[in-house]
Design a protein around this ligand. Structure first.
Ligand SMILES: Cc1cc2nc3c(=O)[nH]c(=O)nc-3n(C[C@H](O)[C@H](O)[C@H](O)COP(=O)(O)O)c2cc1C
Length: 244
């Protein structure tokens, strides 16, 4: 099948015409509540890898982006490639102070215990083109790309959960004090991008302009998510002009 045909078949599979009207968003909204962070995951697959691929492609295609720049990129790693990715993060652990190493190794092992990992990137080449084309907004394009990327992460995360997987999100921490910026963070106990970019470029031939932002390890859950607190909506949402 040509890549165009694959794209069309993905759209047909996921997009039967949905109804509009009060209450029609309920199925969608209830899924939002179900998505959680799962750290205990297994190699078991809830669905075929090809279905995961379809979901990611569908999300990447339809999630909005500023000026329709379509800056989000993804690399989906399954099985041995997933293992290899998490093995490649070992050198990050080795750069840490001894007291942090063990904890970090446990975290890395828990991600590797999963079935796959989706890496999310922004394509800096496209961002640069946007900056050139719309100089007035130059400073904003990296931020907007990041926001769009987060939307794609969220859609994939939520859809994977609905299909029977559990996932977590490991996001790059930008630390302005850091010489290497995003690629080497001081809080590396939690973040696994440092220097991993170059491994990903070499091993999976990812373009150098793809900047790694986040990793989403997933697998069939072997444990429940932890408790979650919610701040009062009174302090988070303001309303004005409401009539009914
Ligand atoms: C932008 C963003 C960055 C996050 N970064 C991390 C991370 O680096 N590591 C991690 O374990 N969880 C990370 N999370 C997950 C949050 O900790 C988690 O979503 C939050 O505690 C709420 O829990 P829930 O996902 O179970 O609803 C991140 C979430 C978001 C939205």
């Amino acid at each position: 099948m040509s890549s165009l045909a694959i794209e069309q078949s993905i759209d047909q599979k996921f997009a039967p015409q949905s109804k509009r009207g009060q209450g029609e968003s309920e199925a969608f909204l209830s899924v939002l509540k179900e998505r959680r962070t799962y750290y205990q995951i297994s190699k078991n697959a809830a669905i075929p890898d090809s279905r995961v691929e379809e979901i990611v492609k569908y999300a990447i295609k339809h999630v909005p982006s500023s000026f329709n720049g379509q800056t989000t990129r993804a690399l989906i790693l399954f099985n041995e490639d997933h293992d290899e990715f998490w093995n490649s993060t070992a050198h990050v652990r080795d750069m840490l102070p001894a007291e942090q190493m063990e904890k970090t190794q446990q975290k890395l092992d828990s991600f590797k215990a999963g079935h796959g990992t989706i890496l999310f990137f922004d394509d800096e080449a496209v961002i640069r083109q946007q900056q050139e084309a719309f100089k007035l907004y130059a400073d904003n394009f990296p931020i907007w790309a990041n926001q769009s990327n987060g939307m794609a992460q969220y859609v994939v995360w939520t859809a994977l959960e609905k299909e029977g997987f559990g996932a977590s999100l490991q996001v790059c921490a930008v630390n302005p004090d850091d010489v290497f910026g995003c690629r080497l963070t001081k809080s590396a106990t939690k973040h696994y991008n440092p220097l991993v970019d170059s491994v990903v470029q070499t091993k999976w031939k990812v373009p150098v302009t793809w900047k790694l932002l986040a990793q989403m390890p997933f697998g069939v859950p072997t444990g429940e998510p932890g408790p979650k607190d919610y701040r009062s909506l009174e302090e988070r949402v303001m309303v004005a002009g409401k009539k009914d």
